[in-house]
Design a protein around this ligand. Structure first.
Ligand code: PDD
Length: 276
């Protein structure tokens, strides 16, 4: 059985358990986290929970559970699953109530799944991925990890159909992030990544990479840049919980540098794998 959790009960996540009037389902009225478990241990759990509670607060969602409660639930679910390498998806919504745009006076819902980790196609890591630049059509508060991902999905699908691995979004001629990842450039031995403004998700993997760079004495600049900088970069890579670190070797079908994954990207990936 696929292990899941809903409002106090361990469930089979393949079972149809959500009522139609669940606000996550009807409005996308909630927030989520996606966490990797390596060798039975959730990676950077504290940071993920910080962001989960920050996102909930930002949408005025009050959770009944404390951080400790959530940690205890995840620990129990991981143990029950018997999986060492897996991922946790958790979401909180404004609960179950007849459909109405106003907030209902009901407890928030919390649900989770623990699933075997979906391995990425490793040839991407060896050969590099292509990205497609696309307009960032999302709202202003992309730092909140909400369930409302339609613009992200539309961009990702369009990029995929154009043969690219990821859509990289551009707002007012400034590169923000991928549809489900953060972006780094390497230029003259330095890492450059968009600053953690409200227009990007403050990625946990991004945070780990910045920390690793400091350890490796690689300077990091958090600054805004235009699409031109991507074409002119020495190296480019994407980061997220699901893909970890993936080198990018082409943008809009144009080769970046020599078209091979870069040395600094590899170094950072190796250091990241040591950490996890
Ligand atoms: N997405 N930017 C966006 C828009 C994202 O959706 C994600 C992650 C990231 C990277 O964040 P992190 O390093 O904390 O995973 C950046 C997750 C994986 C998802 O939606 O499933």
């Amino acid at each position: 059985m696929a292990i899941g959790y809903l409002n106090g009960q361990v469930i089979n996540s393949d079972d149809p358990v959500l009522p139609i009037d669940e606000r996550g389902h009807q409005f996308g009225d909630g927030v989520y986290e996606y966490i990797r478990v390596y060798g039975g241990r959730p990676f950077m759990m504290k940071e993920h929970l910080d962001r989960f509670f920050r996102s909930a607060e930002a949408i005025k969602l009050n959770l009944d559970q404390s951080r400790e409660d959530i940690e205890a639930i995840t620990k129990d679910l991981i143990e029950r699953s018997g999986l060492a390498d897996c991922d946790i998806y958790m979401q909180a919504t404004r609960g179950i109530a007849p459909r109405n745009h106003l907030f209902p006076n009901v407890p928030a819902s919390i649900s989770m799944t623990v699933k075997p980790f979906r391995m990425m196609d490793e040839t991407l890591r060896e050969e590099g991925a292509g990205i497609k630049l696309m307009p960032d059509e999302r709202w202003q508060n992309c730092w909140i990890k909400t369930l409302n991902l339609l613009p992200n999905l539309l961009a990702k699908q369009e990029a995929f159909e154009a043969g690219a691995f990821e859509a990289v979004l551009v707002r007012d001629n400034v590169v923000t992030e991928g549809s489900s990842s953060n972006l780094f450039l390497v230029k003259d031995g330095k890492l450059i990544t968009p600053p953690a403004t409200k227009h990007i998700l403050h990625g946990i993997t991004r945070m780990a990479v910045i920390d690793i760079a400091a350890e490796l004495d690689i300077p990091v600049e958090e600054k805004a840049f235009s699409p031109d900088a991507v074409f002119e970069a020495d190296e480019v890579f994407l980061t997220s919980t699901g893909i970890e670190i993936v080198p990018v070797t082409s943008v809009d079908r144009q080769t970046i540098s020599d078209g091979k994954p870069g040395e600094i990207t590899k170094k950072i990936y190796e250091a990241f794998m040591k950490r996890v």
